[in-house]
Design a protein around this ligand. Structure first.
Ligand SMILES: C[S@@+](CC[C@H](N)C(=O)[O-])C[C@H]1O[C@@H](n2cnc3c(N)ncnc32)[C@H](O)[C@@H]1O
Length: 198
């Protein structure tokens, strides 16, 4: 187990992780581990703190550490969705380990309707734009989030081309968009861009 940003994070060879995998929870869309871009957003949020009770949706949550960080650090109300139901037990294991409660649903980006998104103030996701088709899917999701009254969408990535295309689309389309380049040396070496759409 390691500790970072006040969270407890289990390593891939921890006995409880291995148990969940043995029980058949095999991720199929790259959600088999915790990815580093979440740390970029945690670092950003440390400097741009969220208000207590902010309603947060983590999309493509995987193990859900980013949402867990928002719940634990800022007392936000956090839900997580992922297209792969097999990742959700790993999120619940980490939620328990970090003493927070997170509601999860097995849902795709495409199925998040404007009505559904209207429940949230903030939509965030890390390492979720890695296939070409994801650019359009996430651009549409951002458009629906804005229509739904979501105040902010934050997505981070180590600058894979589909993400860079997404960031460019947002900059062409909206006024209140920031793309921040980040380099972290601790708790891991990580770099990438954070797309913030207000
Ligand atoms: C690279 S992993 C990142 C997981 C997590 N965000 C993290 O940083 O550790 C990508 C996640 O997005 C999920 N995903 C992929 N396509 C999706 C879609 N269309 N709708 C919802 N989730 C999706 C995958 O199942 C996986 O958990």
């Amino acid at each position: 187990m390691r500790r970072a940003f006040g969270l407890r994070i289990l390593n891939a060879n921890h006995k409880d992780i291995r148990r969940l995998k043995r029980e058949g929870n095999q991720a199929v869309l790259h959600g088999h581990k915790f990815w580093n871009s979440s740390f970029l957003i945690m670092d950003y949020l440390k400097k741009n703190p969220l208000k207590r009770n902010t309603r947060v949706l983590e999309i493509g949550c995987g193990w859900g550490l980013l949402g867990i960080y928002c719940a634990k650090t800022f007392a936000c109300k956090v839900d997580g969705i992922d297209a792969d139901k097999n990742v959700l037990p790993f999120l619940q294991l980490h939620a328990e380990l970090n003493d927070v409660s997170i509601r999860t649903e097995n849902k795709t980006f495409q199925r998040l309707t404007t009505d559904y998104l209207s429940q949230y103030d903030l939509v965030l996701g890390a390492d979720i734009c890695y296939w070409d088709e994801m650019t359009g899917i996430l651009a549409n999701l951002i458009a629906r989030s804005r229509r739904a009254g979501v105040k902010q969408v934050i997505i981070a990535d180590p600058c894979r081309p589909p993400f860079t295309d997404l960031a460019e689309r947002c900059m062409d389309r909206y006024d209140q968009v920031k793309v921040k380049r980040k380099f972290l040396s601790k708790p891991v070496k990580a770099s990438g861009d954070i797309l913030v759409v207000n």
